[in-house]
Design a protein around this ligand. Structure first.
Ligand code: GRF
Length: 203
């Protein structure tokens, strides 16, 4: 499976996907990393792994549709079959999301459907929840919704700050995203309508 990864920042999840793809059992290859920011740390990680990268600066486009059309052109040009959003901080248009329906996944740092949007860890701590976590899901037009592929939970510790909780969740993200990719690339996760069916051993 040819994978395109969209990033905006440090790219630690991208790194986890790069490492997973070194294992033939993952059955996936990252063929393109796209960033909307030229200074995204993830670009260096991709280059070091020998993966083609490109910067598509959203500020160079008059509207979201123009930006998304360029993303679409690049992904298609690379023969991408699955798009992985990994800390990509732009809202995508409904048209782009429709074009990549069931072929685009995202990782979000909460146990969805709780805590969609930003500042998930601060909000979870304010609510006093005792479990936090992450979700890998297919992308649907409404932000941070869509069929769930994998979730991982971590405990909230006494004295946690948003940063300390984020670090614990991030470690779980680095396991969950490669797992979701492997399940999809090997045909063991199939999206049907609004749910994902898993087959066989998942861990
Ligand atoms: C992660 O917490 C991810 O869940 C969220 O943005 C962050 C990206 O981190 N969508 P990184 O760039 O992968 O290190």
């Amino acid at each position: 499976l040819k994978v395109g990864v969209l990033i905006s920042g440090r790219g630690s999840n991208l790194q986890a996907l790069i490492e997973a793809c070194r294992d033939p059992a993952t059955n996936a290859r990252i063929v393109l990393v796209l960033s909307n920011k030229a200074d995204a740390g993830g670009l260096k990680r991709a280059a070091e792994a020998g993966i083609p990268t490109a910067v598509v600066d959203h500020k160079a486009y008059g509207d979201r549709a123009g930006f998304d059309a360029e993303l679409d052109r690049r992904l298609k040009g690379a023969g991408v079959g699955l798009v992985c959003l990994a800390g990509f901080m732009r809202i995508l248009t409904d048209g782009f999301i429709a074009a990549w329906r069931d072929r685009m996944i995202n990782i979000h740092p909460s146990l969805l459907p709780a805590y969609r949007g930003l500042d998930t860890h601060a909000r979870a701590l304010a609510d006093g929840v005792k479990l936090a976590g992450c979700t890998v899901h297919y992308v649907r037009p409404e932000l941070d919704t869509g069929p769930i592929i994998v979730q991982a939970a971590v405990p909230v510790a006494a004295g946690d700050t948003p940063d300390s909780l984020a670090a614990r969740v991030l470690a779980a993200e680095h396991r969950a995203y490669p797992l979701a990719l492997r399940l999809i690339a090997t045909g063991r996760a199939r999206v049907k309508g609004e749910t994902v069916r898993l087959q066989g051993e998942i861990l």
